[in-house]
Design a protein around this ligand. Structure first.
Ligand code: HEM
Length: 437
């Protein structure tokens, strides 16, 4: 006899769907208490899937083979924007090949060059902020992280061409910043929604592709590509063991992937971090001193208490996946809940408290307990980049500006297609002009 699926609520799928939509973390936490660390759910969107809430199970999953556990399939909804050759959508050997080709520009010495770029863009952004009147941080952080990607990833200097590409990219990914934008867009593209929306999206995608393919062709002709330190140039030069390179189509898909994966996520992480810091006077005072290790801990603790991505997915293929004595059959998705794991009181004492100190010293949470970037062979390719960006931007903002939160309470969480964003965008006031650079 084959082993069973983990237990789970017997509620009708409609009620479980409502539980996810309206009670998210509370619904999941209650299910965890009742059924344990692996729970089978069913909703109107997915008939049956398993969620895991424990580092040991997360470890089993993240250490599983990429041939058997397909993250690409779990990300399929992003296909129309990213393209089918995106590292986020590929699985198995193809995924590993792309990942290896993409990793070098996200490591080592390259990071030093990015640090300077990030600091310059942060200062440029800060110098535009109004004084004495409220403004919304999330928007400002979106603008900043996009500017950073334009330079560090795409290799554009600020100017009219960068501005045009930036405008077209934003128009294309705009549905992803709306609560149900992604689902509506996917339905429209599959012919099951508003045909106008599908046409509009197609136009926007073509407008972006036009620039990207022209740029790819132009850069392939440049003699000094190897001397450039942007990711775009590195992708054009990268070779696998057989000497094969990424095609134009693949380079296009990976560029859009890096933009989509790296822009809104980091902006949201920064807006949350600043919201948390500005509501915590003791943390604020220490963070203003600008010590790197502490700012890094602030970024990590923010991503714990306000993870930008609530969970990740792996679809089982081939053999059933053995999970703690249960068996998950092929075709079914397994989802570690980042959000629930990060709030477990046994792993994080007083889980509601914002305490960067948790990440200083020897007892910092391990790779399977702190999982804002997922894990295993699918762990976020830009995790070091994102943490660097968060540390540098937090450092510049807190050292140079006198910001105060405009609202007495922390922002509520709003699900925006992919990210968990601060509702209202975190309103702040700058009390006097920023200190000069
Ligand atoms: C705070 C900011 C960010 C967060 C919270 C975040 C989170 C994540 C998560 C949860 C995944 C899925 C991991 C999994 O399935 O196990 C992921 C994948 C990915 N991220 Fe990030 N990310 C961030 C920033 C970035 C940046 C800045 C970049 C690049 C510039 C980036 C590029 C990617 C890529 C390419 C993947 C796909 C990796 C693969 O499938 O092999 N991310 N990210």
């Amino acid at each position: 006899m084959s082993a069973a699926l983990p237990p789970g609520p017997r509620l009708p799928r409609l009620l479980q769907t409502l539980g996810f939509m309206f009670a998210g973390p509370r619904f999941l936490e209650r299910a965890r208490r009742r059924y344990g660390d692996a729970v089978t759910f069913g909703t109107l969107f997915d008939e049956r899937f398993v969620m895991v809430f424990d580092p040991e199970l997360v470890k089993q999953l993240f250490r599983g083979s990429g041939e058997q556990l397909h993250a690409g399939e779990a990300n399929a909804l992003l296909g129309p924007i990213l393209g089918q050759r995106s590292v986020l959508l590929l699985d198995g050997a193809e995924h590993l090949r792309h990942r290896r080709l993409m990793l070098p520009p996200f490591h080592g010495k390259r990071m030093l060059a990015y640090e300077q770029t990030i600091r310059e863009e942060a200062d440029r952004e800060i110098d535009c902020w109004p004084i004495g009147e409220p403004f919304t941080l999330l928007e400002r952080m979106q603008s900043l992280t996009l500017a950073v990607i334009m330079r560090a990833v795409f290799g554009y200097q600020p100017g009219p061409s960068a501005e045009e590409l930036r405008r077209r990219l934003r128009a294309m990914v705009e549905p992803l910043a709306r609560p149900r934008g992604l689902m509506m867009m996917a339905a429209a593209i599959r012919g099951r929604g508003n045909p106008e929306a599908a046409l509009a999206f197609e136009r926007q995608r073509r407008a972006v592709d036009e620039i990207l393919y022209a740029e790819i062709a132009e850069r392939r002709r440049l003699p000094d590509l190897a001397r450039r330190d942007d990711v775009f140039s590195a992708l054009l030069l990268a070779q696998d063991e057989e000497g094969a390179q990424l095609s134009d189509h693949e380079v296009r898909d990976e560029l859009v992937t890096l933009l989509l994966a790296g822009h809104e996520t980091t902006a949201t992480g920064l807006a949350w971090a600043l919201d948390l810091v500005l509501h915590a006077p003791v943390v604020l005072a220490r963070a203003r001193a600008g010590e790197d290790a502490y700012l890094d801990a602030v970024a990590k603790e923010s991503l714990r208490i306000r993870p930008v991505i609530p969970g990740v997915g792996r679809v089982v293929r081939g053999e059933p996946f053995a999970l703690n004595g249960y068996e998950v059959p092929p075709g079914m998705e397994i989802n570690p809940s980042i959000r629930v794991i990060h709030r477990r009181g046994d792993l994080y004492p007083q889980p509601e408290a914002f305490r960067p100190e948790r990440f200083l010293g020897e007892n910092a949470p391990d790779t399977y307990t702190w999982v804002p970037f997922g894990g295993g062979t699918r762990r976020c390719l830009g995790a070091s980049f994102a943490l660097l960006e968060m540390r540098v931007v937090l450092g510049q903002v807190l050292a140079r500006t006198a910001l105060r939160a405009a609202d007495a309470k922390l922002a509520k969480t709003q699900f925006r297609a992919i990210t968990l964003a601060p509702k209202g965008g975190v309103r702040v006031v700058q009390e006097r002009a920023p200190a000069p650079v």
